[in-house]
Write a protein that binds this ligand. Sequence first.
Ligand code: NAD
Length: 505
Amino acid sequence: MANGAVENKSTAVHKKVDDVKLYINGQFKEAASGRSFENVNPFTNEVINSVAEGDKTEIDEAVSAADKAFKEGPWGSMKLAERMKYIDRIADLIDEEVEEIAVLESLDTGLPIKQTRKMTARAAENFRFYSRMVQTKLHGEAYQVDDEFINYTVYKPLGVVGLITPWNAPFMLETWKVAPALATGNTVVLKPAELSPLTANKLAEIIDKAELPEGVFNVVHGFGETAGASLVAHPDVKAISFTGETVTGSTIIKNAADTLKKTSMELGGKSPLIVFEDADLDRALDAAVWGIFSFNGERCTANSRLLLHKNVKDEFVEKLKKRVENIKIGDPMDTSTQLGPLIEKNHFEKVKKYIDIAREEGCEVVQGTVPEEMKAGNFVPPTLLLNATNEMTVSQEEIFGPVMAVIEFETEEEAVAMANDVKYGLAGYVWTNDIKRGHRVAQAVDAGMLWVNSQNVRDLRIPFGGMKDSGIGREGGHFAIFEFYTEPKVIHVAISDHHIPQFGK
Ligand code: NAD
């Protein structure tokens, strides 16, 4: 189905789907151990299917296939235009299957279908963008040294790269890594999150249909401590691009050190949205609601801390309460649903526990209502933690659900200090009509990405990523292709018979 269909009413239903296999060297296969794990629908908590559980054996097999495809197969030596035809074909095939992919994503994650459709369309754009980017921008530089040398750089793919991804926006985040990795000429082993395997499997089917040479792209499903850790430890894997929790990122960096791997880390966040008294309050309200409640609040760049100037706090909070009451909680397959169930029972319990902690810490908790007929799912209603202070646990730790701490401030200095007084530094949002203040505060907040008078609008060219405990390195635009998925090599060419020192003289 083409993108134009994104607003149509969904007819999708909750159902069982085919079991998921591993995709290694161009073949769909079971794990050698015969083991599999169950995949559960967060809306019903019923099993959707079973998933082949790969571990070290399959990681070794996939890495060996990817290594061979890089060194001996056609991928490494393929003409650029030919390689990009494959990349463009993947984008076209995603577009043809937007609806099916979005339905699988909603089934697997509980994300509302209207949002997964948009994310899926963006996933196709990830491939198109990197196809264009590599064709037009991936080139080296030349450095003339007097009349003696020309030194020039070329950017070479790394070889086999390992991609490890989370469950919160799986297809979008997987393609965000797979597209630049393949476009720059690497071969890939993807280890998707165990809680959301369906669309990674769909990507394998699409890549299989696009007839990429065998071994270029591989998917090994399985758990982090086994499959993920084996990928990180494998000596033939040149780099690991990881998105997930900060604590996992730290473990991966430690484990990757043994084989001196390059790593890219996109980690957690606790991003502030700061509303000054001169802001356009209605637009700020729209942005605050979108930024915390879209993707069920399971979003790394969520504005989970709302910092309100004391002169606008009461008015803003009153409007916020009304918005929260009216958010439509429901079946992820229903196009009118705005908030779906959280990914799994454990995460649901964790988020609820944070709400209990907020009460204990003295917050007033205001929530929407989960309809009675939705009780089988992992629903946490949209939640405001009023009268929060920045020191509270719920203001410091990433909750990763539809829960926003609302904190009052008096001065700009205080707002900036609070914005920065967390261990994370992924994103930030500043709302003010004072242009000087907008720039000043945006520059003062320690975060990788700041938006002034806007919600989180993505531009694929910008450096995406965080500082502090939110990550190391950046993805997006030329940062992905120059700084991560390729390595510069310099070639020094003498253009004259320059002086060569005579050893010993
Ligand atoms: P997670 O860290 O639990 O898991 C992420 C992936 O790592 C999974 O595939 C998992 O199997 C794997 N893994 C776990 N332990 C491993 C190990 N020892 N070695 C190798 N791999 C291992 O994260 P999650 O719960 O799936 O995702 C939610 C987190 O992701 C949140 O913290 C969120 O903020 C973060 N996130 C960050 C960004 C960003 O761009 N900064 C984007 C999306 C999500």
